[in-house]
Design a protein around this ligand. Structure first.
Ligand code: NBP
Length: 491
């Protein structure tokens, strides 16, 4: 039998797998493919992969026998049990040091588990976020690999050459240990929800507020796309707004206003709640989709609940549009600030060494949230890898201060119009809370102690013999309760 020539194997010949194989082939790698329904292997070789170096296989054993060691096998199959099934099927044909890579949208706790399970058997595991859809997979995705660190030197060249490139830099680097790759991909998707919601709110303000038609809004977005908001999502939204149905009407005006979701935004919001981190913008973006989904109930409500009388806009229209650009920019800065806060907290808890500049660079190109803005975030973390908050970076600190007046004017006007801006507003509320040394949690603590004897601590500088520094204090607020503090019944 001739020596194996395959550089990498790939299982799963659906849209992502096929395109990633052709991309890796273009970059000079010899790929061996396999699929559960093996007729798809033959169809792929006879059509899309015709004339390439791609090799097929009709069994897991054949796939493994065609790969050079250490074997590297990417799974691009439906996330969930299918990944575990394939790992189980692969194990008998793998040797110490071989690498199983899951490129699907797996939830990061599964990747943590799989890393430990495979490492216990002498194998290596990589859970890699892959973003950019079909187009990205074919021409250069954003790749976010994490898992067994020992796997990285063996897959680095293939991954970095296959990924998107921005200014000569690959949008792929090692993310961190165990489930870090899929974790970062999950946060990426949450941020994507936030970016999309912010753009939808800007559209609503321009359309229902200023009364502008789709064509004009598209032109505003195209202009924004040459400035600080330059990004894939602004660009495609402008294209969407220009797109006409056969009768000449903008197609977007005929699309049912009920958003779907696959769950990765929800995972991020749940993770933020579990971690106790105020990632409010992604949360609002998920809830905005939930509100959109109850269309029938909203329709009934629209008949019986009225808002303010709509008044025509009398201000300076161009100034308003410039303010809106700044409001969108500032809200986006808050969203990414929150996303990076969440990653920092999780990294601390799970003892991951996350490379924040690398993460921003991985998102800089190839994926749905790619933008010029991510280049500025990369620079901020390159200057200071341990930056506590993006808002402490000089560039973003100045940017958010510059945007602040317009940001407030936009939200105030939207409130007067009765146009909901959950993402814009929560960003500003977070900003105002974050920059407040004193927040009204003193009232909450007093209420908790009043009704549940949950105790409170004294504010530094206000100590006295009854209120001692550092102590858990309970006060008998009514003169009726006892002096015993509570350790259960939490609120
Ligand atoms: P799908 O998610 O549609 O999965 C299709 C592949 O999974 C086929 O190879 C299919 O084999 C295999 N499969 C299924 Br379905 N159930 C299986 C089972 N029980 N056992 C073994 N194999 C099974 O493909 P995709 O859209 O290319 O996505 C692949 C992965 O990449 C997914 O995890 C997805 O979430 C992720 N992803 C997708 C995108 C995107 O834009 N589509 C972007 C980023 C990441 P068969 O041919 O025999 O049915």
């Amino acid at each position: 039998m001739s020596a194996p020539t395959g550089d990498i194997g790939l299982i799963g010949l659906a849209v992502m797998g096929q395109n990633l194989i052709l991309n890796m082939n273009d970059k000079g790698f010899n790929v061996v493919c396999y699929n559960r329904t093996t007729s798809k292997v033959d169809a792929f070789l006879a059509n899309e992969a015709k004339g390439t170096k791609v090799q097929g296989s009709h069994s897991i054993q054949e796939l493994c026998s065609k790969l050079k060691t250490p074997r590297k096998i990417i799974l691009l199959v439906k996330a969930g049990p299918a990944v575990d099934d394939f790992i189980k099927q692969l194990e008998p044909y793998l040797e110490k040091g071989d690498i199983v890579i899951d490129g699907g949208n797996s939830h990061y706790p599964d990747s943590i588990r799989r890393t430990h399970e495979l490492e216990a058997k002498g194998l290596l595991f990589v859970g890699s976020g892959v973003s950019g859809g079909e187009e990205g997979a074919r021409h250069g995705p954003s790749l976010m690999p994490g898992g067994s660190p020992a796997a990285w030197p063996s897959i680095k060249e293939i991954f970095q050459k296959t990924a998107a490139q921005v200014n000569g830099e690959p949008c792929c680097d090692w993310v961190g240990e165990t489930g870090a790759g899929h974790y970062v991909k999950m946060v990426h998707n949450g941020i994507e929800y936030g970016d999309m919601q912010l753009i939808a709110e800007a559209y609503d303000i321009l359309h229902r507020g200023l009364g502008l038609p789709e064509d004009e809004i598209a032109d505003i977005f195209y202009k924004w796309n040459t400035g600080v908001l330059d990004s894939f999502l602004i660009d495609i939204t402008a294209n969407i707004l220009k797109f006409k149905d056969d009768d000449g009407e903008p197609l977007v005006s005929k699309i049912l206003d009920q958003a779907g979701q696959k769950g990765t935004g929800k995972w991020t919001a749940i993770n933020a709640l579990d971690a106790g981190m105020p990632v409010t913008l992604i949360g609002e973006a998920v809830f905005a989709r939930c509100l959109s989904a109850i269309k029938a109930e909203r329709t009934r409500a629209s008949k019986v609940i009225s808002g303010p009388q709509k008044e025509a806009f009398r201000g300076d229209k161009q100034q308003f549009i410039d303010d809106l650009e700044q409001a969108l920019y500032a809200s986006k800065i808050i969203s990414y600030t929150q996303g990076f806060m969440l990653m920092r907290e999780t990294a601390k808890e799970l003892k991951w060494n996350l490379n924040y500049a690398g993460i921003a660079q991985m998102w800089r190109g190839g994926c749905i949230i790619k933008s010029v803005f991510l280049g500025d975030i990369t620079a901020a973390y390159q200057k200071n890898g341990q930056l506590e908050s993006l808002l402490f970076d000089d560039f973003f600190n100045k940017a958010v201060h510059k945007a602040q007046p317009g940001w407030r004017r936009i939200i105030a006007q939207a409130v007067l119009w009765g146009i909901p801006t959950p993402a814009f507003s929560t960003a500003l509320a977070f900003f105002d809370g974050y920059r407040s040394e004193i927040v009204p949690a003193n009232i909450l603590q007093a209420q908790r102690d009043y009704f549940g004897a949950h105790t409170f601590k004294v504010l530094p500088g206000k100590e006295n013999p009854r209120l001692k520094a550092g102590e858990d204090i309970h006060v008998n607020w009514t003169g009726r309760g006892g002096n015993v503090s509570a350790s259960s019944y939490s609120a």
